[in-house]
Ligand binder design. Sequence first.
Ligand code: F6R
Length: 599
Amino acid sequence: MCGIIGYIGNKDSTSILIEGLKKLEYRGYDSAGICVKTKEGLKVFKKRGRIFELEKLDELKELKGMIGIAHTRWATHGEPNENNAHPHFDCSKNIAIVHNGIIENYHALKNLLEKEGHQLSSQTDSEIFAHLVEKFYEQNLEKAVIKTLKLVEGSYGLVVMHKKEEKLIVARKGSSLIIGVGEGEMFVASDSAALLEHTKKVVHLQDEEIATITKDKYIIKNIDGEFVNKKIEEIKWTVEQMEKKGFKHFMLKEIFEQPQSITDTIRGRIKDRKIKITVDFRVDSIKRIIITACGTSWHSALIGKYFIEELTQIPVEVDYASEFRYRNPVIGKDDLVIVISQSGETADTLAALRGAKEKQAKTLGIINVVGSTISREVDSGIYLHAGPEIGVASTKAFTSQVVALLIFALYIRQKKGQELDQELLRELEELPQKVKEVLKTDKEVQKIAKEFTAVKNFLYLGRGINFPVALEGALKLKEISYIHAEGYPAAEIKHGPIALIDEQMPVLFVATKNNLSAKIISNMQEVKARKGKIIALVNEDNKEIKELADYLIKVPQIINELSPVINVIPLQLLSYYIADIKGIDMDKPRNLAKSVTVE
Ligand code: F6R
């Protein structure tokens, strides 16, 4: 949600800030703005829409200064327009701020400020920061920010600058901010994507830490004003990994990266037919597992439930993080709570994790972004190593999450002294090769996509371990093509959704062979009898399915536990091509953002 970049150094900040914003655009893209400290004071320019709209402004050519901040927005308070775009000024226009997060006591603070004569000019909660800093400012920006933060309830990634001070003040609570350490220059950004081309040396701020950044150094304190010592870390991702490499969109690139991302998730974790991972607590005494996550990550959790229960005989519950955090769940010290998050910053998942820790559960994170908040707060973690995922729709992180969950299930089994299924291990090692094969369905899927660009609805049906794949297929389609889509366990349709089926309704069956194949064929017949258009995803030549289906997508055969990884890929491609034919920029679908750091 929202991208922040700040610069202080000897270079012209405007182009650095604009280029940085472009790298962060996937976090929010309804409006953008920039503030640079010039000889005449702080200059702010804002524009509704994408960064390129801001970049087109003639005024930016003349905007010269070596300190600046910029922001790309995903609206929470106040509609996306120029007025509500960041940076925001105080009344005197001496102070400018950019903010990511939500101020929960906004109304109380607004009343207080208005009573004191401050005039707020936007509908945002964020503007409050500028006025509070103005209220407390007595020739020391850091002190004014600390006083401000003590009044604010809610979350923030905040950068503040003052017309008379050669520094940036940066503060974080619940919304990531990273300091990039350069030679005679410093950066601050919501994530490392915007820093990579300048520096790989970073310092991750933690909640309630405040940094004062000048061009040569940074000083970090906690909210009580005590110094905090932090070590510089190195970003492992490369600039090349963050680029499109000739693909039309990041989403397509990321779909095609899956042989590599899965290889990287597995790498070093299977050796001599054994699972080699380190977990900082005993897993053989776990009595129950609760997996909690949001969106696509929640779908991988549902798949994990199937094989964790099967392989370990430990009962598994899966819960939406947004529900889990508020429902006072019964959790004991023998329970393990697994949180899954690509970004490691999702607000609901983070809150669910904190709730589980309060109740003394052991916690494990399955996370992609190294150094992210969730990855720092879990007792133990398994990184996906899937590389940066820039497209808003999650693809390669999903398949890596499923693989990581399977590795963890096998690890528990091993720790319990039970045999590992050697065929499963072999298939896991061969998975990247099978993923390469399934990507060859690309052209076929593209042809099928052309037939469905005008439809209004879509059903995805699957059974068993492939039911969550149906959910994920439907989610991918609706979020990037804006076609209404639902996923169901195939047998459920006769309890309601079958009423929707007529010749206008496409129904995609995940019908690869398993113990439920015969049943899924019956479900297909039910759809055919009502003239639904059937797309069947299969992995064998099945005469009956061939007769029933209008379109067939054939994928390689694989052991049941790994079939979701293979089966989801044509579904990712189908959504991608439908969206592309419809002319939608699926890397930045409307109303969405990559990292959901607000409730
Ligand atoms: C869908 C999608 C979202 C995310 C969800 C959780 O394609 O990307 O549903 O999966 O917002 O995000 P993370 O995994 O970062 O916690």
